[in-house]
Design a protein around this ligand. Structure first.
Ligand code: MRU
Length: 362
């Protein structure tokens, strides 16, 4: 990922293994502030308050959080409690439970004295693999964009994306953004419609920040603009990430994704979903079984923004006294998904499609 002209990752393990550093995403794009997470509670707080967010990134931070907790207390009880505490912070993105379970498996049968080292090594492997997966997603997604570009005779490919499925949501590259960065770097003209993504505005704040940093032309639009743009033929491709894919290809992603898929289907716009294998929940037969996180109503009734004096302020944007609801994700049925882009290639959004790439899961 490119940050201030330099390549870095969204998570930086400290060399003496006393902590990790993450960018506090609640301060972006106004301030790039790296903060240290040195233990279980700091990691859990960073995930639940969304200082770090995005399915693959919370998986990697959860894994390091568990390792750091074992540094303080490597006992069996502490291991189980820490794993439970971390998994409970955000229930929809399966990457978190997947990564924590992977660290637990790596250390469970080891003597206490060896657990921290092994957990740290496993967390590092999870982070490294995520970066490689996302890079490969870019490789496999590129032909989609290149094909559209060719059909359009080289005029810019208009891609609509929702939420932030970029490097800020992963360890590097991003999922949905990886093919976009690749295309841009390959000289294919692209333009990205960035859904603002209420209530937390991950699109307007984070995706726009990322694309600007990489020099990718983009335009932020209100969430409700997508259908209109698609009807006018101004969207060639919808490309989003996901927090959990069920065995049948149903996709959980940021609230509002389903509406974009409906509009895309009605207008014949391809709707593709990019994900690493860690986002597939092989244990769930369909998306109806995916738990949907319900977040604080304050995220709907209030907004944070940059005031004219340079300070970051919260303001109320809903009528005082009204109740608000805040389901954070929705399910897009597989029938509305043109296909999935994974680190192993592209496939139809179906059990057969997924198994064609991951035959070991049959
Ligand atoms: O609530 P968030 O910001 O963690 O939600 C993130 C998303 O919905 C992303 O689209 C998803 O995690 C895919 S990330 C590569």
């Amino acid at each position: 990922m490119r940050l201030g002209g330099e390549w870095t990752r969204s998570i930086r393990p400290i060399e003496d293994r006393s902590a990790i550093e993450i960018i506090d995403q609640t301060l972006l794009p106004w301030r790039v502030c790296w903060i240290r997470l040195a233990g279980l509670e700091e990691a859990a707080e960073a995930i639940s308050t969304m200082r770090v967010r995005g399915a693959p990134l919370i998986g990697a931070v959860g894994a390091f959080g568990l390792a750091l907790s074992l540094r303080a207390d490597p006992s069996d009880d502490a291991l189980d409690e820490a794993a439970e505490r971390l998994i409970a912070t955000r229930p929809t993105a399966v990457n978190l439970a997947w990564a924590v379970a992977r660290v637990v498996r790596a250390v469970r049968n080891l003597p206490r004295g060896d657990r921290f080292e092994a957990a740290w090594a496993e967390a590092s492997a999870i982070a490294d693999e995520d970066a490689l997966c996302c890079e490969a997603i870019g490789h496999h997604g590129l032909p989609l964009i290149a094909g559209i570009s060719q059909r359009k005779g080289g005029s810019p490919v208009n891609i609509l994306t929702h939420c932030n499925a970029g490097w800020l949501a992963t360890v590097d590259w991003g999922t949905a953004t990886a093919p976009i960065y690749r295309a841009h770097d390959a000289g294919i003209p692209v333009h990205v419609w960035v859904d603002e993504t209420r209530p937390r505005n991950q699109g307007a704040l984070l995706t726009a920040f990322e694309l600007a940093g990489h020099g990718v032309p983009h335009t932020v639009v209100a969430d409700n603009a997508g259908g209109h743009l698609m009807r006018r033929g101004e969207v060639d491709l919808v490309l989003v990430g996901t927090d959990r894919v069920a065995r049948n290809g149903d996709v959980a992603n940021k609230i509002g994704t389903y509406l974009k898929a409906l509009a895309a289907a009605d207008n014949g716009v391809p709707f593709w979903v990019a994900l690493p294998h860690s986002t597939i929940d092989w244990s769930l037969a369909s998306g109806e079984l995916i738990p949907i996180e319900e977040r604080s109503p304050a995220e709907v009734t209030e907004l944070a923004g940059l005031a004219e004096d340079g300070g970051v302020r919260r303001v109320r944007v809903a009528s005082p006294g009204s109740r608000a609801a805040n389901p954070a994700f929705d399910i897009t049925p597989a029938r509305l998904v043109s296909g999935l882009i994974t680190e192993r290639g592209r496939c139809p959004a179906s059990e057969a499609g997924l198994l064609s790439l991951y035959p070991d899961k049959a």
